[in-house]
Design a protein. Structure first.
Length: 179
């Protein structure tokens, strides 16, 4: 029931984003759209930024979860971009207002953690040291800037084409550990 309520809140939020700017949407409006009380919203989320981060995490967990299907970094990456593209309204309206806080930082942290976990799982002999963490973090920040531009493009290229370019730009060491 707890996840069902979160999903209902998330869906109402996404519906509101189709009609309004992120800054204009209030928790009260989200609650009215769901038919719940504000305290229900605040039981699940601190604010609408955390709600946006939860939506992103749910989407990415579906794509990157090893229980979801076979792990293929390139294919999972493409699936992730396609999933993000389905919620273009959310990302187009939240990321500009986010200004390197909230959702943007959450996306970077999610990517950093996911990359480290994949390297540890697939290459237990490799020490994830400070230099590798920096490489991961730097690469994630660059990817997010490219993906952000892609989301705002009036005619975005195919996700598979963008992923090919991003992976080509990865530092060789990181590419070797993730692909």
């Amino acid at each position: 029931m707890k996840n069902q309520t979160k999903e209902m809140i998330a869906e109402a939020f996404k519906q509101l984003l189709r009609k309004q700017n992120f800054r204009e949407i209030t928790v009260t409006e989200i609650c009215e759209a769901v038919g719940c009380q504000r305290r229900t919203f605040y039981y699940h989320f601190d604010d609408k930024y955390q709600l946006a981060a939860w939506i992103y995490t749910q989407t990415m967990n579906t794509v990157w979860d090893p229980n979801y299907g076979p792990y293929d970094f390139r294919e999972n990456y493409i699936a992730g971009l396609i999933a993000i593209q389905k919620d273009t309204d959310l990302y187009r309206k939240v990321l500009p207002d986010d200004a390197l806080s909230g959702l943007y930082k959450h996306i970077v942290q999610y990517g950093d953690t996911m990359f480290e976990e994949r390297i540890r799982k697939n290459h237990p002999e490799v020490a994830v040291d400070e230099n590798l963490r920096f490489m991961i973090h730097y690469s994630n920040q660059a990817q997010i800037c490219v993906i952000r531009e892609w989301l705002f493009s009036p005619h975005p290229e195919e996700a598979s084409s963008l992923v090919a370019k991003i992976l080509e730009a990865f530092p060789e060491r990181l590419r070797g550990l993730l692909l």
